[in-house]
Design a protein around this ligand. Structure first.
Ligand code: ZN
Length: 205
């Protein structure tokens, strides 16, 4: 199965992608995670990306497409993946169409105020990397959770503006290709996942 998860920042797509990966045996490709790794390791790509991300802007399409193309060329990945955070622009989507054929696109629908609040409460465990929104200490590792440096109000507003302008048009792009499945993202993690599971197992919503 070749999947795309689409949704605004804070829609919970990372969490859902993890669950899909575990239950459907797909490779979770998170471009955000790949970029953060590059930033941390100060690679050439990372240094280039850093200034752009700090402004809340999107990375150049070519740079991200190359990164994804690399991963999708691997034998164990190419027909078995869930993309999280890519594509983010129509241009990226068109480039992806040339690389592979997508089976389904899941769009997690949520409103801005709801997700903004969710992002501001979001904390990540530095050890197990799990994300929480209702505690300040990881229940598994017993260490203090940390906030992602790009999770502040100013950056969030800027990320939403970019999302509305550049990523939201993808909903129609995939609707026209008959690949789009919409789920209600304002429900609990479990309820959202149930909707996704249903779609992946068969029916259209
Ligand atoms: Zn932990």
């Amino acid at each position: 199965m070749r999947l795309i998860l689409l949704g605004a920042p804070g829609s919970g797509k990372g969490t859902q992608a993890q669950k899909i990966q575990e239950n459907f045996n797909l490779v979770h490709i998170s471009t955000g995670e790949i970029i953060r790794e590059n930033l941390k390791n100060k690679t050439q790509t990372g240094l280039l990306a850093e200034s752009i991300i700090n402004k809340g802007d999107l990375l150049p399409d070519e740079l991200v497409v190359e990164m994804v193309k690399d991963i999708l060329s691997k034998q164990e990945v190419k027909d078995n993946f869930v993309l999280d955070g890519f594509p983010r622009t129509i241009k990226q989507a068109e480039a992806l169409d040339k690389i592979t054929q997508i089976d389904k696109v899941i769009f997690i629908d949520v409103n801005f105020d709801y997700t903004k609040d969710r992002i501001l409460k979001r904390r990540t465990c530095p050890l197990c990397k799990k994300t929480y929104s209702d505690t300040l200490v990881c229940p598994n590792c017993n260490v203090t959770l940390i906030m992602r440096s790009d999770d502040n109000e100013e950056t969030i507003n800027s990320r939403f503006k970019v999302y509305e302008e550049q990523t939201k048009p993808l909903v129609n792009y995939y609707k026209q290709k008959n690949l789009l499945y919409k789920v209600d993202g304002s429900k609990t993690i479990e309820q959202v996942y149930k909707q996704i599971e249903f779609i992946l197992n068969e029916g259209k919503v």
